[in-house]
Design a protein around this ligand. Structure first.
Ligand SMILES: *Cc1c(COP(=O)(O)O)cnc(C)c1O
Length: 224
């Protein structure tokens, strides 16, 4: 068992590479985002020194403080958590990519941001509405809304595999939703899928962005 941050990062990089090669994909197509939520800014700095350039956070207050403290680092910040509309503009100001766009009111709020933002549409794969994520049948309508906003660059679809379904099957469903979105947004080719426990399945399904936390950072400190 790898036990330092460097060991874990290198080990996951190797695992990602092997998983890509196993399914005939180039590792260069896959971006590993290290999810550092609950961890101090210092950990992000250590990761940066190891070569990490993509960092994920899920809470505005924490992410905002960390990105400010680390403004000297050339890091791409990814917001992966549920996002309240009244915080959308603030998040857009320091995050480069928002993975959790799941409703039109949030799109409207982001449209008021004076710059451009990359976004993923989060689709809900559970049977529980309101779990985070747009319902699959509303995905294309939401994509249309994003395109109409003008300042949002639609990258693709994001999802979290439900706990009670095989990740491979859940990710297949996400892939099946891609055609509908790409019919109106041909550039929306990215897939943000896969966490510590299911990144291999995500790579097999075609993920371009992995969101990996604990397998790299170790156990998260308790929420504050
Ligand atoms: C925390 C989180 C992750 C990372 O989860 P791990 O199981 O620690 O790898 C990925 N995606 C989202 C949306 C998260 O909130």
């Amino acid at each position: 068992m790898a036990d330092t941050l460097a060991d874990r990062w290198h080990s996951i990089q190797r695992d990602v590479e092997v998983a890509c090669l196993d399914v005939g994909r180039s590792p260069a197509e896959v971006t590993t985002i290290v999810v550092t939520k609950f961890h101090p800014a210092e950990l992000v700095r250590e990761l940066y020194e190891l070569g990490v350039r993509n960092v994920g956070e899920n809470r505005h207050q924490e992410a905002s403080a960390k990105s400010a403290e680390l403004s000297d680092l050339d890091v791409t910040w990814h917001f992966v958590g549920q996002l309240q509309s009244n915080k959308a503009r603030a998040v857009a100001a320091y995050c480069d990519v928002i993975h959790s766009v799941d409703r039109t009111s949030l799109v409207d709020a982001l449209a008021k941001y004076e710059g451009n933002v990359d976004v993923f549409l989060e689709v809900n794969l559970t049977d529980v509405p309101g779990r985070g994520g747009v319902e699959p049948e509303d995905l294309v309508k939401l994509a249309e809304h994003v395109l109409a906003a003008g300042n949002l660059r639609l990258r693709g679809i994001m999802a979290v595999a439900p706990q009670d379904e095989e990740p491979a099957r859940a990710f297949e469903r996400v892939v099946s939703y891609q055609a509908g979105v790409q019919a109106i947004a041909p550039a929306a080719t990215d897939l943000s899928l896969g966490m510590s426990g299911d990144f291999r399945e995500a790579i097999a399904a075609g993920a371009t962005h992995l969101r990996i936390g604990t397998a790299i950072t170790g156990k998260r400190p308790p929420a504050t």
